[in-house]
Design a protein around this ligand. Structure first.
Ligand SMILES: [Zn+2]
Length: 404
C-alpha cells in the first residue's frame, strides 16, 4: 500500500491516469508543506481538481467533516494531505460517500494511516467509527524526515504501544482462548523492533512510518484492532475523554510505560491468597456510583455496556478459573513479561534520545487522572487486557496504587 514517492512523481502520474477528479484535503500547514506543490503539478498537467484548506490543527469534528463533505463531487478521488485529523476526516468521508481515496502522510505521527476506522470528535467526544483505508499511500521521505519533532515523538510513542497491545492479545489468547494470529504478532513485533534499533540513524523516520502503516494493515487483515491497540490505548482514550488535548501517540507512549509496570508485578502476585478473598467485590450500586463519578456525561452508556461484564468481574468462580489458568500457563506468561521487561529499558532509552519526556508533569497530566485512567479505562471497551485481568483478580486498584 505504501509507496515512497520522490517529488510526488508517483502520486501525480497515478492521478493523471484516473478518471476521478482529485479533491485535495489539506490544512494551512500541510498545504505549505506539499499541498501547494501537488496543486501546481496538477495545474501544469491541466488536471482540474478541488481543494479545501482547513485551518491549522483542525480536528475531525462535525464542522470540518461538514466542510469536506460540501467539497466532494459524486466521483471525487480524495487526496488527504496531512496526518491525524486530516486523514481521519478523509477516511470517514470516503467510506460514507463511497469515494476513492489516497493518502499523502506529512508526518510519522500516528498509527491510523492504513486503518479501517476513523477517530472523530463528535459532541466533543472521541468516537471510533468505520472508515475506508486508502487505496495507496504516497509518502515523500524528505517531508517525513523534516516533520516537526513533536509529531515524530507522538508516532514513536504510538508504535511503542504495540508491545503492550501484543502482550494483551497473547495474554487473552492464553487465559480466555481468544483467537490469535502469531504471524501477525511477529510481523508487528519486527516492525517495532526495527524502528527501536534504528533510532537516531538515517532510516529511523522511514522505519517509523512503515511500522505505523503496517499496524493499520495488520488490523485490516485481522478484522479488529488487536495488533495495534490494547490497554495502553484504552488509558489514552480515557485521557482523551477527560479532555487532555495532547497528541494521541504521546498519550499512548506514556501509558505504555505504566502498563509494562503492571505486567512486571503479575508474576509476584500470590494467587492462592486471592482465591478466597472476596472483600474487594463491589455491590452493583457502589459500582454504578463510581461510574457516574468517573464518566460524567456518558455514564449511562458506560453502565449499560458493562452490566454483563461487571457480573463476570464479580464472579468468584470465574476468578478461580482464571487463577488456575495462570498457574497452568505460568511459563508462557513468564515469557510475555520477560519480553516486555527487555523492551522497557530500550523504550526508555529511545524516549531519551528523541527527547520524549516520561514525566507526566511535563505533559500536565495529573497523577489522579493517571490513577483513574488505569482503573476505569477497562469500561471503555470490552476487551481482555492486563487491566481487566487485575480487575477480575480483584486487585486492580491496589496494584495501580503501587506503580503510579
Ligand atoms: Zn494509536
Amino acid at each position: 500500500m505504501l509507496e515512497w514517492d520522490e517529488d510526488f512523481k508517483g502520486l501525480i502520474s497515478f492521478l493523471k491516469d484516473q478518471r476521478n477528479p482529485p479533491f485535495l484535503l489539506c490544512d494551512e500547514n500541510t498545504y505549505k508543506v506539499c499541498g501547494e506543490y501537488i496543486s501546481k503539478e496538477l495545474e501544469k498537467l491541466k488536471i482540474s481538481y478541488d481543494l479545501l484548506i482547513l485551518p491549522p490543527d483542525s480536528h475531525s469534528d462535525e464542522k470540518n467533516i461538514g466542510k469536506a463533505f460540501l467539497n466532494t463531487r459524486e466521483n471525487s478521488l480524495i487526496v488527504s494531505v496531512g496526518s491525524g485529523s486530516i486523514t481521519d476526516t478523509a477516511r470517514f468521508i470516503a467510506y460514507k460517500q463511497r469515494l476513492r481515496f489516497v493518502s499523502v502522510p506529512t508526518a510519522p505521527s500516528m498509527d491510523g494511516y492504513a486503518s479501517p476506522v476513523s477517530a472523530l470528535t463528535i459532541n466533543g467526544l472521541k468516537t471510533t467509527v468505520l472508515a475506508k483505508p486508502p487505496e495507496k499511500i504516497f509518502a515523500n521521505l524528505d517531508i517525513i524526515k523534516t516533520s516537526p519533532n513533536i509529531l515524530k515523538r507522538a508516532g514513536f510513542g504510538d508504535l511503542m504501544g504495540k508491545f503492550t497491545a501484543l502482550a494483551d492479545w497473547k495474554l487473552s489468547n492464553i487465559l480466555t482462548g481468544e483467537t490469535i494470529n502469531l504471524k501477525v504478532v511477529e510481523e508487528m513485533y519486527k516492525a517495532c523492533e526495527d524502528t527501536l534499533r534504528n533510532i537516531e540513524k538515517e532510516n529511523f523516520e522511514k522505519l517509523l512510518l512503515e511500522g505505523l502503516i503496517k499496524s493499520g494493515e495488520l488490523m485490516t487483515i485481522i478484522g479488529n484492532s488487536r495488533p495495534a491497540s490494547g490497554s495502553e490505548h484504552h488509558v489514552a482514550h480515557y485521557w482523551e475523554f477527560l479532555g487532555y488535548n495532547l497528541f494521541h501517540g504521546i498519550k499512548v507512549g506514556l501509558s505504555t510505560l505504566y502498563i509494562i509496570r503492571l505486567y512486571k508485578t503479575l508474576l509476584k502476585i500470590n494467587l492462592d491468597d486471592l482465591k478466597y478473598r472476596n472483600n474487594i467485590i463491589k455491590s452493583f450500586e457502589e459500582w454504578k456510583d463510581e461510574i457516574k463519578r468517573n464518566f460524567s456525561k456518558i455514564h449511562d452508556e458506560i453502565i449499560k455496556e458493562n452490566i454483563e461484564r461487571i457480573k463476570k468481574f464479580n464472579n468468584l468462580d470465574f476468578r478461580r478459573e482464571i487463577i488456575e489458568k495462570i498457574k497452568i500457563n505460568r511459563g508462557k506468561i513468564y515469557s510475555i513479561v520477560e519480553k516486555l521487561v527487555e523492551r522497557e529499558e530500550k523504550i526508555l532509552e529511545g524516549y531519551k534520545k528523541i527527547n520524549f519526556s516520561t514525566n507526566l508533569e511535563d505533559w500536565k497530566i495529573k497523577k489522579e487522572d493517571l490513577r483513574r485512567a488505569l482503573i476505569y479505562s477497562i469500561y471503555i471497551r470490552d476487551r481482555f487486557s492486563i487491566l481487566t485481568l487485575y480487575q477480575i483478580l480483584g486487585i486492580l486498584e491496589e496494584e495501580v496504587e503501587k506503580i503510579i
